[in-house]
Design a protein. Structure first.
Length: 104
């Protein structure tokens, strides 16, 4: 009776660790660099702070516009304010007037 003896190969011992390390490398890379990874979280936090600063600036501008609107729409229109806003919006000046722009 013939029996075959198989020689033990070292490649069989390496299959599971190679697959496990490839698996861990894939998910480890995506944990840092992926769309929902750690770096993406930091980028989103930076964008949130930038947008909050922009929102604060827009709120201040809106409040300034609301105070000007209150001066115009409170029932008694101040003619000076209305005249100033209309001239600034239309860029009109009379011939006998001197314009000094202080907004700069």
């Amino acid at each position: 009776m013939w029996t075959r003896h198989h020689k033990q190969r070292n490649t069989g011992r390496l299959i599971v660790p190679v697959i496990a390390s490839a698996f861990l490398a894939y998910f480890g890379y995506h944990a840092f660099q992926g769309a929902y990874g750690i770096n993406a979280k930091h980028r989103l936090e930076e964008r949130v702070t930038i947008l909050k600063a922009e929102l604060d600036q827009l709120v201040v501008e809106r409040e300034a516009l609301e105070t000007k609107l209150i001066l115009i729409n409170d029932g008694s229109i101040e003619r000076d304010m209305l005249d100033e806003q209309a001239r600034r919006a239309l860029d009109l000046v009379r011939d006998d007037e001197v314009v000094i722009d202080l907004d700069q």
